[in-house]
Design a protein around this ligand. Structure first.
Ligand code: DLZ
Length: 158
């Protein structure tokens, strides 16, 4: 969680395994593209920083965050991946839609982690407003994409 005491991009690089022999799938949502593009840039940059080869990072887009579960599920059917990352941004509106999408994605990704052989890393920003999302997508609280990349490498090694 990003708080005033925790920046999402802060980690000890010496505790991250070498990713040069790993293959990653990333599913990214097209909603709130300014945010999800920044998350994607952070994730890819961090994977490559730890040795992942660009040709071993496969990126697929889906229309919205709700479709992240389907996209990740399809990727788990390909056993060539060591870890899969989902990236999305849901911003609270005036209707309960926000809660349904967040719950659906969260439960869907949890179910995938409990049933498939490949770890699926949860990079869904669920924020009250755009500023909170910007803060966590390369802003003052770091980048959730960086954090997800580090988690993906560690879980691939698990
Ligand atoms: C419909 C919708 C709304 C209102 N808000 C968001 C959002 O903030 N972030 C996001 O990623 N997607 C949103 N969507 C789209 C849904 O995730 C989904 O794509 C549609 O309901 C179609 O299944």
């Amino acid at each position: 969680m990003a708080t005033a005491l925790h920046n999402l991009s802060n980690y000890d690089p010496n505790k991250v395994p070498d990713a040069s022999n790993m293959c990653f799938g990333i599913v990214v949502s097209e909603w709130n593209p300014e945010i999800t593009r920044a998350l994607l840039d952070g994730a890819v940059g961090t994977l490559e920083k730890h040795g992942a080869l660009p040709e071993n990072i496969h990126i697929k887009t889906v229309p919205g965050s709700f479709e992240l579960v389907y996209g990740a599920h399809q990727m788990t059917l390909n056993d060539g991946y060591d870890a899969i990352i989902i990236l999305g941004s849901v911003i609270r509106g005036e209707t309960p839609h926000f809660d349904y999408i967040c719950q659906g994605v969260t439960q869907g990704i949890a179910q995938l982690n409990a049933t498939s052989q490949i770890p699926v890393i949860y990079g869904l920003l669920t924020t009250n407003d755009l500023r909170q999302a910007q803060d966590r997508a390369g802003g003052r609280l770091g980048n959730k994409g960086n954090e997800c990349a580090v988690v993906a490498i560690k879980m691939a090694k698990f």
